[in-house]
Design a binder for this molecule. Structure first.
Ligand code: 3HC
Length: 382
């Protein structure tokens, strides 16, 4: 299939990611089918798309006529078969639970036209495993957007063991047509690039709260003071504590038990406090975004610690051939979040030797093997 042959995109899921991806597809001029398991979820998703398009109209990024045309280009469904029967490209944005994804891909394989590409927006999970339940693994690919999809530039395009080059290129071209910055992930490795490079920070952030070394607000205030648009705990709430929790469980199973979610996070999940989407998580969101008091910043928390463990993890991706180059990793990291700069670019300013030494210290301080510096980091010169 060629890029021009894609006329209709079906998005499976109307939640935080699903509705955002559907909106991105509408903005690129596609006909869109958006599906979720209950009518009230698709209705909510459509309402969020409408609100976002209104915002874009107010900012004159799109015209009133554009907005009306886009809202005419989307249909919503609860039945999978009805949603996908004439779709050329499907993007799955279901919960991060492998059994749910596999069951859905089995259905998609039966119900979609034979030529259709089946893409997963999974944050972490193996594209190869997801593809294994279909009769067309060459047409199955990872297409990973970032939250909020309409504003974040990065799309990771992930190659499963059997994904064809044609499917990789088509997905890359589609992301470009959607005005995104695609980065190829050459190997199907847990967390891909963006979430993997950030993964060790979740161990550090978990431990800081678990040990009572600082409160989330003290760390968030510190990170916001150096220019991050959101603090790391605020971001967890924004993306969803359930996403963080299930992601951590998957990393614990696949990478190291050190990724096991901390007790405080499990308690929040058990209490149903999932962050922004439920009105409460680490913070109270019932009256909108939490007001983080910058005066509470923990000044002796050094943000370089976050950079050190990020760069170290990024070198593992180079060693394993997950990313083609340090530049690709920087491109992904600069475009996936609100930081705007890649870890290797930062490391060049700080010094690889200094960061390797700090990783060694952090590994000892926290007793975390995953923080230990790689040979590549110790050698520097990247
Ligand atoms: N549609 C349209 N406009 C939107 C919008 C949406 N969905 N969401 C926010 N905006 C607009 C706001 O209306 C606001 O417009 P204004 O300037 O005219 O008032 C503008 O964007 C900025 O928003 P805010 O003033 O509310 O706040 P910020 O300046 O902090 O920007 C943000 C919001 C762009 C989300 C910024 O905080 C940010 O970049 N945060 C980091 C996000 C991030 O790191 N995402 C990646 C998460 S990891 C992930 O997704 C991986 C996955 O696998 C889980």
């Amino acid at each position: 299939m060629k890029l021009d042959d894609i006329k209709k995109i079906a998005v499976m899921g109307a939640g935080d990611m699903g509705h955002g991806i559907a909106e991105v597809a509408l903005l690129a001029g596609y006909k869109v089918a958006m599906r979720d398991v209950e009518q009230r979820f698709v209705d909510k998703g459509l309402q969020r798309i409408t609100e976002s398009l209104v915002k874009l109209t107010e900012k004159q990024k799109i015209s009133e006529d554009n907005k009306t045309a886009m809202l005419g280009n989307i249909e919503t469904f609860v039945d999978v078969g009805d949603a996908v029967k004439d779709a050329d490209f499907i993007i799955e944005a279901a919960p991060e639970i492998m059994d749910i994804k596999k069951k859905l891909f089995e259905e998609l394989d039966k119900l979609t036209p034979k030529h259709a590409v089946l893409a997963s927006n999974t944050s972490n999970m193996s594209i190869t495993d997801i593809a294994s339940v279909t009769g067309r693994p060459e047409n199955v690919v990872g297409m990973h957007f970032f939250n909020p999809a309409v504003l974040m530039n990065l799309v990771e395009v992930i190659k499963g063991d059997k994904t064809s080059e044609e499917t990789m290129q088509l997905t890359y071209d589609l992301a470009t047509k959607m005005n995104k910055v695609p980065v190829r992930v050459e190997k199907d490795s847990v967390g891909f690039i963006f979430n993997r490079v950030n993964a060790p920070a979740s161990i550090l952030l978990g431990a800081i709260v678990e040990r009572g070394l600082a409160t989330p607000e003290e760390i968030d205030a510190r990170m916001k003071k150096i220019g991050m648009p959101m603090g790391p705990y605020e971001l967890m709430d924004y993306v969803g504590l359930d996403v963080a929790y299930h992601g951590a469980l998957y990393l614990a199973e696949r990478l190291s038990p050190e990724y096991m979610p901390p007790k405080w996070l499990k308690e929040k999940i058990d209490a149903g406090d999932l962050g922004k989407k439920t009105g409460k998580g680490v913070y109270d969101w019932s009256a909108g975004r939490p007001a983080i008091d910058l005066a509470k910043a923990k000044e002796d928390f050094d943000p370089t610690d976050m950079v050190a463990i990020q760069v170290n993890e990024a070198t593992k991706l180079l060693e394993q051939g997950v990313a083609k180059s340090a530049d690709d990793i920087d491109k992904a990291m600069a475009n996936g979040g609100g930081g705007g700069i890649g870890p290797f670019q930062l490391a060049k300013g700080i010094g690889f030797d200094k960061l390797a030494k700090r990783c060694e210290e952090l590994a000892t301080e926290y007793g975390v093997e995953s923080f230990k510096p790689t040979e590549t980091l110790k050698k520097g010169n990247i």
